[in-house]
Write a protein of this length. Structure first.
Length: 197
């Protein structure tokens, strides 16, 4: 089942066509993550990976729609690029840049796991198998998109379960002072005023 944001992206891909897509730059052909992510600390890398994990299922849905619309695998990657999150866009643009520079599509797909992490390896393998053997791609991509959505749901559930633990310290730090000022301080002031009389 395809989510509504992916359906909207797919419709935009079909309407936009090839004429609106700029040529990717040579800088994107490198297999390294963008410099802003490389140079950032571990927290920024974790945030970038979470962003990729959240946007990845929608990207797969958009690729499925492009493939079902008749795009070849390499063209489908290029067609969905403008509609993706920036980190995913950079990874897919690196693949299309390597193809444009003369690499085989199956070889250029090695950029995806190095940029997006191990979750992109099945996508790269599926594209390579479809390119090499002519296997039908849409059913495999739909299964991968389904698994990615389930993984995103599991990650969201895990974060929701961690929320009470993460909120306990701020709640204690905010509630304890208010309890002291509203309950204890008036009692102390009343006791002090009765001692002065």
């Amino acid at each position: 089942m395809i989510s509504w944001p992916a359906a909207a992206v797919g419709l935009a891909v079909l309407v936009a066509g090839w004429a609106l897509h700029p040529r990717p730059s040579r800088r994107l052909a490198e297999a390294e993550p963008p410099a802003r992510v490389r140079a950032a600390g571990p927290l920024a890398r974790r945030v970038a990976q979470r962003t990729i994990d959240r946007a990845y299922p929608d990207a797969l849905d958009a690729i499925v729609l492009a493939v079902r619309a008749g795009y070849l695998p390499a063209a489908a990657l290029q067609a969905v690029q403008p509609h993706l999150a920036p980190l995913l866009r950079d990874a897919f643009a690196a693949v299309t840049a390597r193809v444009a520079s003369g690499d085989r599509f199956a070889d250029a797909l090695a950029v995806l796991p190095s940029r997006l992490g191990p979750m992109a390896a099945p996508l790269a393998d599926s594209f390579a198998a479809a390119d090499r053997d002519g296997l039908p791609l849409a059913p495999v991509l739909e299964r991968l998109a389904d698994e990615a959505r389930q993984r995103r749901r599991r990650n969201a559930d895990a974060l929701a379960r961690q929320l009470p633990v993460r909120m306990s310290l701020p709640l204690v730090l905010c509630t304890l002072p208010s309890f002291l000022f509203l309950a204890i301080v008036p009692l102390l002031l009343a006791a002090l005023s009765s001692l002065q009389q």
